[in-house]
Write a protein that binds this ligand. Structure first.
Ligand code: FES
Length: 322
């Protein structure tokens, strides 16, 4: 589990769209929250005890409270259902410190934010910051219909309205053309940020890479891909701690996190399925076999970091910065 969690109180609960509810929280100790960068998410432990990650979607410079929104997922492990059913104003929850794998790029010529459904949430905090920076940006929001789109009244008024385009009811076979139109005029140096269902983000990435370098497209995943990972390159391998030289074997049935725990080395985890980045550790030497869903292409190619909950090794020994 993540080491740094603290207690908050729910100050407001609002229905934002069909099946989407937002929660305003403040710290129980009365202190302001630490600053966070737009695109960050927090772990939220629901009353039923399940911990899930939710993007912060308010103004990132607003430190008295945090805002996050939750879609009630039919296939959930209970986390979203419990937040919808068991939380009222005054409920106390446990949350983690913000983490961010989905950052705005400072020197982009323009920013294009493309979200679908509940994927609007990290993009909303980015929009707050871009407005404050007076940076050029567009926000394209896709949803099945207005009733499924969260925060529309907010996005439809100043200061957001001039930047936001709503795309409701776009059929699947028309999506590629619609995305191509969103990106038709983007200049070189633009960066694209997308969040939403995995198939939607795959289409945004394809549309973006048709016009821009691959490292200009950024995405945030909150679920692992449904397909199982392929065969591991090595059935077993050794992980060595750079600090002490201690080595532990990781066999085919054990994760790196589990193997390290067996020798008393605790790595913080949250999702356990490679989407949140909590378990990231720097790699000193060796070649990781990346099985996560959160590192960027550049981070994967560098082999400088590994998500220890799901990833494995292509080399017989992996030396980690532990
Ligand atoms: S614990 Fe979430 S990526 Fe490993």
């Amino acid at each position: 589990m993540q080491a740094h969690s603290f207690k908050v109180r729910v100050d407001a609960v609002r229905d934002e769209a069909h099946g989407v509810r937002s929660f305003v929280i403040s710290r129980l100790d009365g202190q302001p929250f630490d600053r966070y960068e737009p695109g960050a998410h927090i772990d939220v432990t629901s009353p039923c005890g399940v911990t899930r990650q939710y993007s912060l979607c308010g103004d990132p410079d607003h430190r008295d409270s945090h805002l996050f929104a939750v879609k009630r997922e039919a296939q959930s492990r209970g986390g979203s259902r419990s937040l919808h059913d068991d939380v009222q104003i005054g409920t106390e929850l446990s949350v983690g410190a913000p983490r961010n794998l989905f950052r705005l790029v400072g020197d982009a010529s323009t920013h294009v934010l493309i979200g679908a459904g509940i994927g609007i949430t990290p993009l909303l905090s980015m929009a707050y910051r871009l407005i404050k920076m007076k940076a050029p940006f567009e926000l394209h929001y896709f949803a099945r219909g207005a009733e499924h789109a969260a925060f529309v009244p907010l996005l439809s008024r100043a200061p957001f309205d001039g930047h936001v385009k709503l795309h409701f009811g776009v059929e699947t076979d028309a999506l590629d053309a619609e995305l191509a139109a969103c990106l038709a005029g983007v200049p070189q140096g633009a960066h694209v940020y997308t969040c939403g269902p995995v198939p939607f983000m795959d289409r945004v990435v394809a549309a973006g890479e048709a016009r821009l370098p691959a490292d200009s497209i950024h995405l945030e995943r909150f679920t692992a891909d449904p397909q199982p990972p392929g065969e591991a390159v090595l059935d077993s391998f050794d992980v060595q701690l750079a600090s002490t030289g201690q080595t532990v074997r990781v066999d085919s049935k054990t994760s790196i996190v589990e193997a390290l725990a067996a020798i008393g080395i605790e790595v913080d985890t949250s999702c356990g399925e490679g989407v949140c980045g909590t378990c990231m550790v720097d790699v000193v030497s060796g070649e990781p076999e990346h099985r996560d869903h959160c590192l960027s292409k550049a981070e994967r190619a560098s082999n400088n970091v590994i998500c220890c909950c799901v990833s494995r090794s292509r080399s017989p020994v992996l030396v980690l910065d532990l």
